[in-house]
Structures are given as C-alpha cells and as structure tokens.
Design a protein around this ligand. Structure first.
Ligand code: AMP
Ligand code: ZN
Ligand code: FE
Ligand code: FE
Length: 277
C-alpha cells in the first residue's frame, strides 16, 4: 500500500510519529509520506522507527496551507531538503503565524459568545504546529459543539464566522518554496479546494503534481484530475490525509488505494526537481 498524505502530533495528527509508523506497518503500508502542516519535526523519530520495519519507505513531506479569495489551497511538498536552515526558518515563521492566528480566532470566538483560553489550545499543540483542529477540540471540550466536524462546518471553515484567514503566503509562493528546497510541490485534494481555475498559474509557478487519489474525491473527480496530470505532464499522487482518531477527519490510513507506480513517478519527478532528467 502507498499513502502519501498523513499527519502526526508534530502538527494536528493524534498519533506520535513512532506510533504512526507502527500503525502503518500493521496496516501493510509500504510507502508512507508524513506531511505535517508547516513542520518536519516528526521526521527524525519517524525515520528511526521506519528503519525497523523493512521494507517500509518513508517519504519526507510537508503541507503548506494558504488562504485565497473564497477558499483555501494546500500545497504538499515531497522529498525536499528539509534540513536546510532557511527552510526550517520558513517553517518556524509559519508556525509563529499559526500561533498568532490561534489568538485571533479565540478573540473571534469570544465575540461570538464562545470564549476559549488560547492556553488550552497550546497545551494540546505542545511543540507542534497549531491549527484549527486544536481549536475545534477545545470548542468540543467546552461544549460549544459536539464534534470537531461541527466546529468546522459551523464556525471554522474558510469564510466561516470564526475563520481568520492567513495573508502572508499565496499558493504560488508555497510552490516556489518547495521548489527552492529541491522538492516536488503537489496540489493537495483539489476536489476539496474547488479552485481548479488556479491550477494553470500554479503550474507556471513550478507545481509538479496533483493529489488525484483522495477519499473525498468522487470517481469522476479522480478521473478528471488523472487526465489533467497526463495533459500537463504532472505526477498524479494520492493519500489518506490520516490524522489519527478523534481529530475530525476520519479517513483510514492507506485509503483510498494508491498504485505503487505513483511512488516511482514521484521519484522521477524528484530527480527532475533536482535538475536531472
Ligand atoms: P489549518 O491548519 O488551521 O489550516 O487547519 C487545516 C486542517 O483542518 C486540515 O488539515 C484538516 O485536518 C482540518 N479540517 C479542515 N476542514 C475540516 C472539516 N470540515 N472537518 C474536520 N477537519 C477539517
Ligand atoms: Zn490537518
Ligand atoms: Fe490539507
Ligand atoms: Fe493534510
């Protein structure tokens, strides 16, 4: 099995990197990418654990979320030189902005009559990358909503009453950052983003792939994005967006099925990204 989109406690996943790798091994996942939001901090521990489960391959990755007019675009980055200093500084700045955003969303929630303590959110986040799912969990524990999903559906979705958009980074910049780090930038779950009109511009900016296989894509959407990849010479990737239990999204690891050939195609793109052929 191949799964190129998962999250750990380094961002808003509920399994620690080591636990995630063990779960992947149990489920028979052979190629796994960890794509935490604005963080690669889970990778050291995950690589160590993955080495204990041959023939598992761990693909280093990242997910960078950007807000655009009327929605959001998530850019995945694979096989990048994540240890270089400027890239880690970029991630740190992104996480600092996320912490500021938590406080701004908390202020918005207070105005809506649902005060939360930002400290409660940061207690959940620990050393990780703060995101709306952490806020949603605090909203559940306060009894404002029954589930993380309800918190998103009613308040936290893009354009929702408690949503505070990020401004700094546009998707083309996220693509450029991944390319600069010698990685392969891929548009995440375009069926959720519903911003296909932005794809040509992103390709211009250096986008190299589209996440075609995704649980919430219809068969028609998957087919359409696969065709788009063929037409534009992009790599078609896929993954579960697994976040572990109790965190809103409920996709199981290893779903939907992603062909093993996707991994070879990704490796080929990575060579291309590094200037090879
Ligand atoms: P943020 O990092 O603050 O942009 O939050 C993005 C994360 O929120 C995504 O990676 C998902 O884990 C989660 N998310 C987004 N929309 C929903 C939703 N409708 N239900 C549950 N979780 C969601
Ligand atoms: Zn997430
Ligand atoms: Fe995403
Ligand atoms: Fe994700």
């Amino acid at each position: 099995m191949v799964d190129l989109h998962t999250h750990t406690t380094a961002s808003d996943g509920s399994l620690a990197p080591r636990e995630l790798i063990r779960e992947a091994a149990r489920r028979g996942v052979r190629v796994l990418a960890i794509t935490d939001h604005d963080s690669t901090d889970g990778l050291t521990e995950a690589l160590d654990e993955a080495a204990r489960h041959p023939p598992m391959r761990l693909v280093p990755g990242i997910e960078i979320n950007c807000d655009v007019e009327g929605g959001e675009i998530h850019i995945l980055g694979y096989l990048l030189d994540y240890e270089i200093q400027w890239f880690q500084e970029f991630c740190r700045a992104q996480r600092a902005e996320r912490a500021v955003r938590v406080r701004r969303i908390a202020a918005r929630l207070a105005e809506l009559g649902m005060p939360i303590d930002a400290k409660e959110v940061f207690d959940l986040v620990k050393e990780g990358s703060a995101g709306r799912p952490h806020i949603a969990q605090v909203m559940v524990s306060r009894g404002y909503v029954k589930s993380v999903r309800e918190a998103f559906d009613r308040y936290l979705h893009a354009g929702g009453p408690a949503h505070v958009p990020r401004k700094k980074l546009v998707p083309a910049d996220a693509v450029a950052v991944v390319r600069k780090a010698q990685g392969v930038p891929v548009l995440a779950h375009p069926g959720l983003a519903r911003k296909d009109e932005l794809i040509p511009g992103l390709v211009q900016a250096g986008l190299m792939g589209i996440e075609c296989y995704y649980q919430e894509h219809s068969a028609g959407q998957t087919a359409a994005y696969l065709q788009m990849c063929k037409d534009l010479a992009l790599v078609a990737t896929g993954g579960s967006d697994f976040h572990g239990p109790h965190i809103g999204r409920t996709n199981a690891m290893g779903t939907p099925h992603v062909p093993l050939a996707v991994y070879d195609a990704l490796l080929a793109k990575a060579r291309e990204a590094r200037g090879g052929a």
